[in-house]
Each structure stands twice: as C-alpha cells, then as structure tokens.
Design a protein around this ligand. Structure first.
Ligand code: SF4
Length: 194
C-alpha cells in the first residue's frame, strides 16, 4: 500500500529476502522532523494576535501539527508577526529574530504587518515588517482567521520540504507559489463569509 511518505517520492523500496528495505536521505528525515515540529515564538502585537491565540486553542488545535509556542527565541524557529508593528517596536523584533537559531522562518499575519494596514498613514507605523526582517509567508486580511494561519503553516511545511536539495541548502526555496497564495486567499475569504 502507498503511504504518504511514498507520495513524496523520496523513499526507495527494495524487496529483500524476508521483507523490504527502505532507503532515503538524512536530509529528507531532517526536513521531515523540522516541518513536523515548527515552534513559533510566543509573541503577539495587536488584534491579530487574538486570532493566533485562537489557533492554538482546542478548535484548531495547532499541537496536532507539532506547532508549540515557545517562550524564548533560542528555542523557536518561527516568528509570527501578528499585529501592528510600530517603528519603536521594529528594533526589538529584529533583535528577537537575530536571537533565533537558523533555519528560522517568518509569517507575516494580517494587513498591519504586511503593509501597515489601516494605520498605513500613521507616522509611527512600520509599512510592512519585511522592511525589517525577511518574510516567508504573508497572510492577507484584517484580521485573518485562524484557518488562514493554519493554511500558512501548511504552506510553510511545503516550503521546508524543499529546504535541502541533495545536501545543499536551497538559497531561496520558494516564494509561495500562486497556488499557495490562492489557497491562503480562499481560506481567508471563506472565513470572512462564514
Ligand atoms: S490587521 Fe487588522 S486585526 Fe490585524 S492587527 Fe491590524 S488592525 Fe488589528
């Protein structure tokens, strides 16, 4: 029977006397472990953070995806920027990002962290967190629902799957493809209309 791992086409099965031998690469297992245990930093900035907290609660239950919030940047590999980033806060976010071990990933959650959102015209608001740190996945919406964050985590898992290629770190494994962006948009629109 075909397993989920087979469908990734990274396993080679060989029939041997008495059973089967399965070969794969260390890279595959490292990426598999990494994508199955994404630990975000416990960190929220404004109203979007409430949606993020809802995603950790029982209905969406991020624990089942291996997503456990960690209270220190040194044990976290994901930074979810959920809320309005004021210019005074930006250097602190940069420090936290720099304290995270590599490889580290960033999800920008909501219009505020993507581009300033409703406060775009404010003198004190940063016009996008990507002016401060690199962003892997952007989630549109004000506020995006937990489903949208969940879809972003799935998109990040897909990205981590391709993080290593034949022993070499892929410099820019992917910008999210149009397909992934469409999935996130559809999840956000469904949530809005629900
Ligand atoms: S995007 Fe909307 S919900 Fe999120 S922090 Fe900004 S104003 Fe609040």
């Amino acid at each position: 029977m075909k397993s989920a791992l087979d469908s990734l086409q990274l396993l080679r099965r060989h029939k041997v006397v008495g059973g089967e031998l399965v070969l794969t690469s260390v890279d595959f297992f490292v990426d598999w472990a990494r994508k199955s245990s994404i630990w975000p930093l416990t960190f929220g900035l404004a109203c979007c953070a409430i949606e993020m907290m809802a995603a950790y609660a029982s209905r969406y239950d991020f624990d089942r995806l291996g997503v456990f919030p960690r209270p220190t940047p040194r044990q976290a590999d994901l930074l979810i920027i959920s809320g309005t980033v004021v210019k005074k806060m930006a250097p602190a976010i940069e420090t936290l990002y720099n304290q995270m071990p590599e490889p580290r990933f960033v999800i920008s959650m909501g219009a505020c962290s993507n581009c300033g959102g409703p406060y775009y015209d404010s003198y004190s608001v940063c016009k996008g967190i990507d002016k401060v740190i690199p962003v892997d996945i952007y989630i549109p919406g004000c506020p995006p629902r937990p489903e949208a964050l969940q879809t972003a985590v799935f998109a990040l898992q897909k990205k981590i799957d391709r993080y290593w290629d034949a022993g070499k770190r892929v410099a820019n494994p992917s910008k999210p493809t149009n397909e992934v962006l469409k999935e996130i948009n559809v999840a956000a629109l469904k949530a809005r209309d629900a």
